[in-house]
Design a protein around this ligand. Sequence first.
Ligand SMILES: *Cc1c(COP(=O)(O)O)cnc(C)c1O
Length: 382
Amino acid sequence: MDIKYFDNAATTKIKGEVLEEMLPYLKEEYGNASSLYSIGRKAKRAIEKSRKQVAELINSNPEEIYFTSCGSESDNTAIKGIAYANRKKGNHIITSKIEHPAVLHTCQVLENKGFRVTYINVTKEGVVDLNELKKAISMDTILISIMTANNEIGTIQPIKEISKIAKMYNIIFHTDAVQACGNMSIDVKDMKIDSLSLSGHKINAPKGIGALYVKKGIEFEKFIDGGHQENDKRAGTENVAEIVAIGKACEIAKNNLEKHIEYLKNLRDYYINEIETKISNVKLNGSKTNRLPGNTNFSFEGIRGETLLLKLDEIGICASTGSACSSGSQEPSHVLTAIGLSEELANSSLRITFGEENTKEDIDFLIQNLIKITNELRNKDK
Ligand SMILES: *Cc1c(COP(=O)(O)O)cnc(C)c1O
């Protein structure tokens, strides 16, 4: 069966050029980057080239980029590392209610270690309430962590305004930009971001590689103790091949950014318009315009998202529900609940996220099947 993949927020396909670039480092160029002979030096050079490519995507300096094993490790390192290094100054952290678990659960762990965390509400469209953010700030606030764009509903946060508030009170600002990088323009200097996470597998590189930007001068404790790799901030023999891959993926993302955004936006708006006109009782979750170019999330009233997902899977279509299904008990998505959806509506959501491999024909196939499946499921109940 021909697979039609519409779950690019979960992971993306490795680009051919990215794979080509990394393969030599899994074959003949197997040197340890800390070794002084030629293949070691070659590995080291490849890592530094990649560091530059990642830095260029977000307009940082290469020395401000640290390679990690994934986006989650980047978030953990930034939040725990900054919290521990700045504990003398205070123990209060502010984040939002719609963060990825890599941020939310990290903050919850810090609460158990004696930190105080405020979880800010969002509007109906999923935008952080800036007044509430300002009100939450106190003398002991050391860190604000707000994601650049949401992974479920695609909402883009007013990052410049948030960092402005953080700067006003001399608070460090971290942002989880795992979904945003490669899908919108990010400039850490212009946006005054102190710390930022990104992940390889969300931008057409393989799984198991991440990067963390931390602005020069911001103190953070290291996450993995051991050797002196990554400027003594992250021990462990470097994953050279994957580091090369994330660098190449960032270079491609930077060079194609405008075209990429335009292409995905067209697919997204076409899909949204078709669903709204051809299927009744649907609700678009998030904002119509202030959202990632490839993200859509609809609730289909009276239908379980999970049921839709399984029906689509039968015909080779990969999609996602907004809800995290864990061992039989289905908890509604914390993001959809935070934007005010009832448990029932939250459990009736379907996230479709586009990538460059998707075509308009693929989307027509998806829409036709969604019309058919929703009709069948709704008529069955009558
Ligand atoms: C995927 C994702 C992560 C986690 O990245 P991994 O590399 O899978 O650990 C963190 N935050 C957001 C917003 C994500 O979408």
